[in-house]
Design a protein. Structure first.
Length: 214
């Protein structure tokens, strides 16, 4: 069954605190972005300052150029999963092994221009592969449905890997994305900018679980 996972993108502690308070009443699995200002053009709150409510299942999306400079602090946070980009300056496969030894799932993010076959070893080592269809370090973006073709290519390499989608998820495309094979929809602006975030979250959950649609 596919999941709706709200995204937190915070530049300050106040923004992080406000985001967690908005999501705490309904979210259980949450996606938190960090950025080093190099891999992505935005400086987001560093991992050393992250916190979240007890009981949350947290995926940390690390938009960083050199995972080796971040991995130990990320492990200390004990998230459920850490997602590194295939396009970093380092081979992520050894970092995935380090995460798994610490009991943390390893996720791989693919930018729009990255062809799955070119990063096959990383896909084989990953627990989760996230198709990134947004703009690095920003909410919004467009859900380019042409990227759904990557799911078939990823599954050809690793059939049972969990597939995530990040970028442009909205009520009018969530069902299409899950029918296309996405297991996890990371939702940023659609929930973050909503006047009633819990209602928007519930509408998205209802949308991806509807039946009888041709």
């Amino acid at each position: 069954m596919s999941q709706i996972v709200p995204t937190i993108m915070a530049e300050t502690l106040d923004q992080l605190r406000e985001s967690t308070q908005r999501l705490q009443t309904f979210a259980r699995r949450v996606h938190i972005d960090i950025s080093d200002g190099e891999f992505a053009p935005t400086f987001l709150l560093p991992e050393a300052q992250l916190f979240w409510p007890q009981g949350w299942e947290v995926d940390i999306h690390a938009m960083v150029a050199r995972p080796s400079e971040h991995i130990q602090q990320l492990i200390q946070l004990k998230p459920s999963m850490v997602i590194f980009h295939a396009e970093t300056q380092e081979d992520v496969v050894p970092h995935f092994a380090t995460l798994k030894q610490a009991g943390i799932k390893a996720g791989l993010a693919l930018l729009k221009t990255t062809v799955p076959s070119t990063v096959q070893p990383a896909i084989e080592a990953a627990d989760h592969v996230m198709i990134f269809s947004g703009d690095l370090g920003k909410f919004g973006g467009t859900a380019s449905l042409m990227q759904l073709e990557k799911i078939r290519l990823i599954k050809k390499i690793k059939p049972n890997v969990e597939i995530g989608w990040d970028g442009g998820v909205k009520l009018d495309n969530a069902y299409t994305l899950t029918q296309g094979g996405a297991d996890v929809l990371n939702v940023g602006g659609e929930i973050a900018n909503s006047a009633a975030p819990a209602d928007t979250y519930n509408e998205l959950v209802k949308e991806i679980n509807k039946h009888g649609v041709i």
